[in-house]
Design a protein around this ligand. Sequence first.
Ligand code: GLN
Length: 549
Amino acid sequence: MAKYVFVTGGVTSSLGKGIIAASLAKLLQARGLRVTIQKFDPYINVDPGTLNPYEHGECFVTEDGAETDLDLGHYERFLNIFTSQANNVTTGRIYQTVINKEREGAYLGKTVQVVPHITDEIKRRMLQLGQNGDYDIVITEIGGTVGDIESLPFVEAVRQLQWELPEEDSLVVHLTLIPYLKAAKELKTKPTQHSVKMLSQEGVHPDIIVCRTERPLFPDLRRKIALFCNVKQEAVIEAADAPTIYEVPLAMMREKLDVICMKKLNITNHNEPQLGKWKEFLDKLNYPKSKVTIGLIGKYIELQDAYKSILESFVHAGAMNECQVQVMNVHSEFITADNVSEKLGALDGLLVAPGFGMRGVEGKILAVKYAREKGLPFFGICLGMQMAVIEYARNILGLKEANSTEMVPGTPDPVIDLMEEQKKITTKGGTMRLGSYPCDLKPGSLAHSIYGKDSVTERHRHRWEFNNKYLDEFEKAGMVASGKNPSTGLVEIIELPKHPFFIGVQYHPELKSTVENPQPIFVNFIAAAKVYADKVAQVKNPQLQSEMI
Ligand code: GLN
């Protein structure tokens, strides 16, 4: 039977509960404990797949094809494990299950209520991952902020579980904010006191309080928080702002968050934390030897969370190359034929991002053309790959009106078309081609050399695909389909062998990049950008060239 850690948040949202939860999980894992981590979100959507990225950031897709909260991405990147549908539960999913059961007659004769039926379903799912002996510890992050109406049933479920489970099998970590008032030159504990009071009124008392703060929490302040919030002083943890999220596990280790948890959970069978690989990664990240500038061409760039996994993959790939990756966001909607060289001229590589719908696609196509013609390393992901296909069709195959039927349903040259199995689907939730599928790689191709394998699996989230009716024409003109689904022939990867680095993938490689296993296309893309940057430097400064020789 596993032990359970619940992580709640107070005072405000966006405190980084997911990072604190993932950091704790990392430390426990580094001590040899088997840990998994899950997120319970209080909104009514069954999953975040139908949410606009502006609302909720990126939608993270798991191996088993679940569309989930972006915190699951952090869990996977930190822990180097796969999560699944079971790791992300929403109010919508809970209600859907209970209502379906009610219709089936599972509660015949009874009034179905929030307590006990909804809370029972929440508890069942909270315990689920810990029940078949796979894990020593299950960490559950509760989305939202304590005091919200919608998170009440989740907090109530935690209260009941704490009462039902043996004392040493559960604990609650509460994350709060200690604001600094500039005028008073003081850190203020009152919001934390109120937040803990609110949680206590809901019946849950935190065992540990993690305090987000811009300034150090000196002992007298810790004592005050401990006294007013009724926890031991050692259980008041400082979570200072960190230069990168990857420093947080080490900061939490210095604060002994893991030790305090293990003490409360009475876990004695653990080792000293093994964080060698993690520290090696941080060293490379903190002391880069070179720098490249990569353009991220997208339409949600105002909101960085929309491209979370891509940005983190750059961090992993940069460290692997001992190279600082500076990402320049370029809004695809504002790229025109007249300004494209000005907007993209300073880049060492170009990534065209995934996306849905018309807005900004013509700018993406112009960006691809620029990269193709200039020999600038290019990496297209999902919609980005589809844009590369359209660009090639229009400018090399001469199919001037080539398009995706997503953008222009009646296009005379639908080089990107709706997948056959999608044509009969009318509902939107969870109906894309989702999750992990195999992809066979063409020997001798760039993709094959990047992965060093004949076949890989990668995760997907799309409805449209390369139209195989045009494949011959493309291949004759020099664009190669170097990765295909072995059973359907769906084109998963396209590349241009004559270009220094030009690759587009239908899948989302960013979803599988972790600190310990950086995604190979990202790693090679950054390496190619370095080569490009060096070349540009040589052209600008020929003396450098002779010095290098
Ligand atoms: N809109 C495109 C499709 O559905 C691309 C999706 C994506 O970029 N994730 O195929």
